[in-house]
Design a protein around this ligand. Sequence first.
Ligand code: TXA
Ligand code: MG
Length: 325
Amino acid sequence: MHLSSPKSDLVIQQGAKILKLGGLVVFPTETVYGLGADATNEAAVKRLYKVKSRPKSHPVIVHISSLEGLFDWAINIPDYVLELCKQFWPGPLTVILNRSKLAADFITGGQDTVAIRVPRNESALKLLKQFENIGGNGVVAPSANLFGAVSPTSYAAAKQAIGQRLSRLDLILKGGSCEIGIESTILDCTGLSPSILRPGAITSTQLEISLGVSLKKYAGNIIRNNVRFSGQLPTHYSPKAKVFLSGKPCMGDGFIALNSIKTPEGAIRLISPKTHLDYARLLYFGLRKADKLKLNNIFAIPPEGDEIAIAITDRLTKASGNIKF
Ligand code: TXA
Ligand code: MG
């Protein structure tokens, strides 16, 4: 395993080559760092699952460099999806569609649907384009952390989360901190109207304005038609410390809240975001910091509101293990 700055095109070329040869490449995206493998290479994807300790049944997102690639991976694409993708790609929106033959069982967990997105991080896009230039098509990239753990939002966090499990031939691209800090919005587009499976930075209001129709309210963790998606397990996005969304911290407990909320006496402030966007960007850094400081408990006050606040509250709820099915 080696580490390189993606600023140089040579490094991007090397990353693309490694993917083409069946290796794994950790790369920055605007949401979180991803652990990439050739989406058509079964052996590479199998190793990716092993490195992440991810259950085989849990599907992964195919990352492509542009809208055109969508037609390789999906069939029966509704018109509204093309409109949404034109507006929000490249960007933090993942669409779930009926799969084409290219989307094999080993990436969809045996489901008839496939998840696809075009990221907007410059290094990620360059890597995907270069991979396509040398004959590749699609990179699966789950977040670069062990299954169930907190997603990395910086190079240092990605290296710490997964570095030791990579081989000498794999690569970690050294980018900056992720601009958004929480994973993409996942939209199920297999029905007549779409529904949000995982809230993210692209909010239901933005989607509604673009679609011209209202969406069902995000209802948390519903299992529909046996479809498996993020956060169905009792804990997800979890640090080692216990996360509480209510109650008062004791002496030495971690504390996460907007900057405008005072730190309770004796608590250890982990992050002080001024805005909701800051809250999303810093959240996983805060959860990781608690583990670095070996804290037992984190008390977090989720932000209020309808927009990215919903996604932040969703991640905190899952981190706390407090999921109602
Ligand atoms: O922002 C992101 O989406 C990041 C970056 C790296 O792109 N990736 C990411 O991947 O969050 P991952 O694997 O950690 O989460 C993807 C989620 C999984 O929880 C999975 O259940 C869901 O997407 N998913 C994938 N394919 C699906 C499908 N066919 N139907 C329903 N959910 C699916
Ligand atoms: Mg993940």
